[in-house]
Write a protein that binds this ligand. Structure first.
Ligand code: ZN
Length: 105
């Protein structure tokens, strides 16, 4: 992720970066506070050293293959669709780990 950000800085001709915003999905197992705590270590001695990490945490969302409903799967109902009780669904959000935006100049 840091390599991606550094490449983006280079591509955008950024000399300093104030904020780096990323999106992290719940299903990645990465906790935002953990990322924020370790960010300073990861970016030490790079152009990102004085920047702040902002994490947009994305909860898991599933889409039902049978009725098209979008819902938050829960263990209590065995991850079934709340609309039609189907067990066929796809995860449409929650696996994200992407660089959204670099704020700098
Ligand atoms: Zn459904």
């Amino acid at each position: 992720m840091v390599d991606t950000a550094l490449q983006a800085c280079h591509d955008n001709d950024l000399k300093t970066v104030q904020t780096m915003e990323i999106s992290v999905g719940e299903a990645t197992g990465l906790m935002p506070h953990y990322l924020e705590d370790y960010y300073p270590q990861c970016v030490k001695d790079t152009i990102l050293e004085d920047s702040t990490l902002k994490v947009n945490y994305i909860p898991v969302t599933a889409k039902c293959d049978d009725c098209g409903a979008e819902y938050t799967p829960s263990r209590e109902n065995e991850y079934r669709c709340p609309e039609c009780d189907s067990i066929h669904s796809r995860m449409i959000h929650g696996r994200e780990f992407v660089l959204d935006r670099l704020v700098g100049e």
